[in-house]
Design a protein around this ligand. Sequence first.
Ligand SMILES: Nc1ncnc2c1ncn2[C@@H]1O[C@H](COP(=O)(O)OP(=O)(O)OP(=O)(O)O)[C@@H](O)[C@H]1O
Ligand SMILES: [Mg+2]
Length: 366
Amino acid sequence: MSASVELKNASVTFGNFYAAKNINVKINGGEFFSFLGPSGCGKTTLLRAISGFQDLSEGEVLIDGVDMSRIGPNKRPTSLIFQNLALFPLMSVADNISFSLEVRGVDKKKRRSRANELIELMALDGQGEKMVHQLSGGQKQRVAIARALAIEPKVLLLDEPLSALDLKLRQRMRTELRAIQKRVNITFIYITHDQSEALTMSDRIAVMNEGEIEQIGLCADVYNKPLTPFVATFVGENNSIDGKLTEVSSNEATISTENGSFKSCLNNSDGKYSIGDEVFLFIRPEALELAKNGNFDNVIDINIDTFEFEGNIKNYFAKLGSNKKIKFSIPNSVDTSDIHSGSNIQIGFNKLNSVILKKGQLAVDT
Ligand SMILES: Nc1ncnc2c1ncn2[C@@H]1O[C@H](COP(=O)(O)OP(=O)(O)OP(=O)(O)O)[C@@H](O)[C@H]1O
Ligand SMILES: [Mg+2]
């Protein structure tokens, strides 16, 4: 059984600081939903508010339409997995999993059978009697999930649970978490600052910045159609070129920059753009191609600076005019034998693979 979770005008303040500000989102029952944002943007605060460990200063949390304001954390149909997992080191795997049932007064036989069910579900067969310190990182992760699922929550809240794992294991656990969510068919609310983690697992994501949601959408839409400069640069890599609008139509515009004029798309046009507006043009590294290999809406003159071989792709960093840089990525299969550091070449892109947005805060590279 899964439940929907709705935050309505929800804010959390500490003194006069808003850790979360006027959050409005409805997460559907059975959805894998992620809050994605940089450190300190208010993700844990929101998760704690949903689970009841943190009171809202304003607004409401509704679970399956029911206002949770008077319902304490252990009465809510939610279960929270902490960032550091917080397993009990002196207990066996099975005892860790059944602990919350014991606290709720469930008898030993039922606890045992639920623990065994979860051990099987989490592919931890044969590990039940082990102590926590005898497990690998991925196994500990699965014990933490099993423990959270023991009380049969309708909503599982996960606070960056993969951050302690090494890259390979993290990647494997992403696939596993997604598969577990499909199997148990409950609502997963996941928070992370890692955009590839959010994009690979989620049905939808909300991108947060400084306590506020900047965009909510399907992963592909957030990546392909960012609505703010922050989202454009926090979710995936993006080149930004600044300039002024010289032509505007309903969903297209021309930007004049130091490096020439370019045609691009407007995502959030709704009448907000006019000629003369200061804007950014965003083009992802993979949207730029060698101009000689096709016909493009836009062509840019660049001077190659450095090169990085990444296996499947080749990354080029080039100078654009006197003080700008641009990055583009070429599939390894494309012949680039004539491109060297210092080469003056042209790269191209199509307007549909780029976006113009009003100037605003960019995500800071960390
Ligand atoms: N109890 C508290 N008292 C005062 N400020 C707090 C408290 N809890 C959180 N904050 C502040 O609220 C902001 C949001 O914190 P939060 O823990 O929600 O961030 P986060 O997005 O989870 O970050 P991270 O990715 O680093 O875990 C931070 O600036 C933090 O310092
Ligand atoms: Mg946090």
